[in-house]
Every structure is written in C-alpha cells, then in structure tokens.
Design a protein around this ligand. Structure first.
Ligand SMILES: Nc1ncnc2c1ncn2[C@@H]1O[C@H](COP(=O)(O)OP(=O)(O)OP(=O)(O)O)[C@@H](O)[C@H]1O
Length: 292
C-alpha cells in the first residue's frame, strides 16, 4: 500500500532522518518505536505528505495514483492540534466535507456524540486529551484507506483510550484494504495493536520486526551453567551471574535452550519477556553497538 524507498529528510543542521525503507501492507498495523527526538514524527509526516523527503521515494497506493487521490485516502493525526486550534469541530467538518470525497458525516456525528465533544467550541479551548480525541474523530470520519497517527493516545483518559482502540480495530475490520501506522512510547499499546514494529534511533531505522515473533522468541532463563560458555551460545543477548545461578536473556529462546541442553546445563526457569523489556533491550542493543 505504501512503499518508502531510501527516504531521507534533513530537519536542521544537526539532525537528519534516513535513509529509511519499509512497506506498509493492507490489513496491517505498523508501530514506530524510538526515543524522544529519534525521528518518528518526521517519518510519519513524510509518509502523510506533510513534508517532502529530500531524497528517496514514497509510493502510495501504486505508481499510477495521483496526489489528489492518495491524499483523499490517507488520514493523518499529528502530535499537536496547533493547526486546528482556531477552528471548531463544525468548521472542520465543513472543510473536510468539501475537501474529502470519502467524508462520512453520519459517522462523524455519531462519534462526536459518543465522545461528548462540543461542536461549536474552538479546539484550543478543549482539554489536551479532548483535542487528541477530536483529531481522532475527524480522522476516523475521513473513511480513508490508511490512518497515520503520531502518538494517538498521549494525554487521553483511560476510558477514551479503550474506546479509541476499539475504533481503530473496527476501522480495520470494516475494510481489509485498510492499514494503520502509528508512533508510540507505550508498550501496551504496541502489544495490543501492532503487527509490525519499526525501531528508529537517531533518524535511522535500526530494526523491523513482526510483533508476535518478537514476543515468542525473546525469553529469560535461569540456569546452573558456566556463564562464559553460555555467553557465546546462539540467541544469547546477555548473561549475568546471580549467586549460584546465571540469568540469561535470549532473543531466540529455542536456539538458546537447545544449546544449553546439549551442553548439559540445567535450566531452572524460563519465562517470556514483556513487550516493554523487549523494546528497551532492542533500543539499548543498538546504542551499545553504536558505542562499540
Ligand atoms: N520544526 C523543527 N525544527 C527544527 N528541528 C526539528 C523540528 N521538528 C523536529 N526537529 C528535530 O528533529 C529531530 C526529530 O524530531 P521528531 O519530532 O521527528 O522525533 P520523535 O521521534 O517524533 O520525537 P518524540 O518521541 O519526542 O515525539 C529532533 O532532534 C527535533 O529536535
């Protein structure tokens, strides 16, 4: 659906993003993960057409699809409501009605009622969380094929987060031709929503993973074993001596377990890693490689 090839953007004298290449397939949810200032928003803004890459290409919905058409099929929820602040939801709905052929007025009114959003109050006078929800409602009512969201749940209360999560899932279920790309710092959001994860660090893509594979392959072992032997085994990410046992983190628990058993070591415990820990280790791992 979206194919980014070697895209690059120089943001200022000190920071540039890319080259980055990835694809977004229909029916999937892709999460961009990385530290503050790593370049996630810049990438999302490039995909959504808010900024143009300095180099590389972005193909949206095929080579033959013109800008007007792909803009109609791609809704973007930015991180801030700045450019919406002086309008009311009624104003924005009127603009979107004219601007986007796929606009669904009925859905808009239903969502406005569901989230109890005022139609005639300036967005700047909404609370921070309400502003996020209002942008989400506008984007969902666009009925587009791709939804791009920059930290969509930041500042949103728990109840609305849950509603919104269900809205995104319903959005995907309604049409198999749809896809979502979002950035997030919240492991639970990523675990619940994403199919694929792109790690970004210092403007570079440092990894592209299938979420289920990540969750099923990383594990923590406790074992009675020789640390120096285990350190070099397949899949081992790190090993620490903890009293008489060693604690092993593996990114490929099947291989690590097989190697330990073959070496005759006793595994006393094995547990899966939580999403938060996996993401932290992936980002940390790259930092250590870069420092080396
Ligand atoms: N308008 C701008 N002018 C100058 N520098 C900018 C601008 N926007 C972003 N930057 C810089 O570009 C870099 C990447 O910013 P970006 O917002 O893409 O990161 P991010 O990963 O989305 O961060 P966060 O998680 O904090 O939202 C940062 O160093 C930031 O300071």
């Amino acid at each position: 659906m979206i194919v980014c090839t070697e895209i690059e953007k120089r943001v200022d004298a000190r920071f540039s993003t890319g080259p980055i290449s990835f694809q977004v397939e229909r029916g999937t949810v892709t999460a961009l993960v990385g530290k503050n200032g790593s370049g996630k928003s810049t990438i999302l803004r490039m995909i959504s057409g808010m900024v143009h890459p300095d180099a590389g290409t972005i193909e949206r919905f095929g080579q033959q699809v013109g800008e007007r058409e792909w803009k109609n099929q791609l809704a973007f929820i930015p991180q801030t409501s700045k450019s919406f602040e002086k309008y009311t939801l009624s104003h924005l709905a009127a603009i979107y009605r004219i601007g986007f052929q796929t606009w669904n007025e009925q859905r808009f009114l239903q969502l406005v009622e569901q989230y109890r959003l005022p139609l005639n109050k300036q967005i700047s006078q909404f609370s921070g969380g309400m502003q996020r929800v209002a942008l989400a409602v506008l984007a969902l009512s666009r009925n587009s094929k791709v939804l791009i969201m920059d930290e969509p749940f930041a500042g949103v209360d728990i109840e609305s987060q849950e509603w919104l999560r269900n809205e995104w899932l319903q959005y995907l279920e309604e049409d198999p031709e749809r896809a979502i790309v979002f950035s997030s710092h919240v492991p639970d959001e990523i675990k619940d929503l994403a199919d694929f994860i792109i790690c970004v660090q210092d403007g570079k893509q440092t990894g592209y993973y299938e979420k289920d594979t990540l969750l099923s392959s990383w594990a923590r072992f406790w074992a009675v074993a020789d640390l120096n032997v285990v350190r070099n085994m397949a899949g081992v990410h790190s090993v620490i001596q903890r009293g008489p046992q060693i604690e092993i983190i593996s990114s490929d628990n099947g291989q690590t377990e097989a190697a330990m058993l073959a070496a005759g070591f006793e595994i006393t415990m094995k547990q899966p890693l939580k999403m938060a820990e996996i993401l932290r280790l992936l980002i940390q791992e790259r930092e250590m490689e870069d420092d080396a």
